[in-house]
Design a protein around this ligand. Structure first.
Ligand code: IMP
Ligand code: MG
Length: 184
């Protein structure tokens, strides 16, 4: 296994994040305030880098919370079984909530999370994902804000991992097998 060239450079990521932040700020400007900020819920650990950049580009009041779920072990395939490892600290009833995801692949994790969040009565619920692999979708789940659609390859960097490695890479790279192109 080796890492391919950058699929998304630092500059392309920064432009994508800034565009998402402008769109979200415009959509929520009249709905949130200092007293009732937009609640960004980052899905650990992959969304951490994206979320920290996104929140600094938003021009509306925000507060943060995190949730840790697990759907993968050391494998690159979703099991479809989502376990909550760490739940929210804040109640989300009557709050405007955006779930922040690194990437949507099969959509199974997000489908579970949307149902779970909806049952807690937020004022509104949307999802922002930096990356989307539409070809891989098996759950019919809404993602209101998508940074970039990418091909069906396994990618790492900018928070995304392969077996907990490579989250620190500043750009997004494809994981290649040693025969040549494509995913592991
Ligand atoms: P899904 O349930 O199949 O949509 O998978 C969602 C989660 O799997 C994402 O939040 C990521 O943590 C992880 N994931 C999916 N595709 C990739 C990838 O290409 N690289 C790294 N992590 C991925
Ligand atoms: Mg994730």
């Amino acid at each position: 296994m080796h890492l391919g060239p950058c699929l998304l450079s630092r500059e392309e990521i920064a432009e994508t994040v800034a565009a998402l932040a402008r769109e979200i700020s415009d959509d929520y400007r009249d709905r949130v305030s200092e007293e009732s900020p937009l609640l960004l819920v980052g899905i650990l650990k992959g969304a951490v880098v994206f979320m920290s950049d996104l929140m600094r580009e938003l021009s509306i009041p925000v507060s943060l919370d995190f949730m840790a779920v697990s759907s993968y072990g050391a494998s690159t395939e979703s099991t479809g079984v989502v376990r909550i490892l760490h739940d929210l600290d804040t109640p989300i009833e009557h709050r405007h909530v955006i779930i922040v995801e690194d990437i949507v692949d099969t959509g199974l994790t997000l489908q579970y999370l949307r149902e779970h969040f909806k049952s807690r009565g937020p004022a509104s619920l949307r999802v922002v994902a930096l990356l989307d692999k539409p070809e891989r979708r098996s759950a019919n789940v809404a993602v209101e804000y998508v940074g970039r659609a990418i091909p069906d390859d396994f990618v790492v960097g900018y928070g995304l991992d392969w077996d907990q490695k490579y989250r620190d890479l500043p750009c997004v790279r494809i994981v290649c097998d040693d025969e040549g192109e494509g995913s592991v």
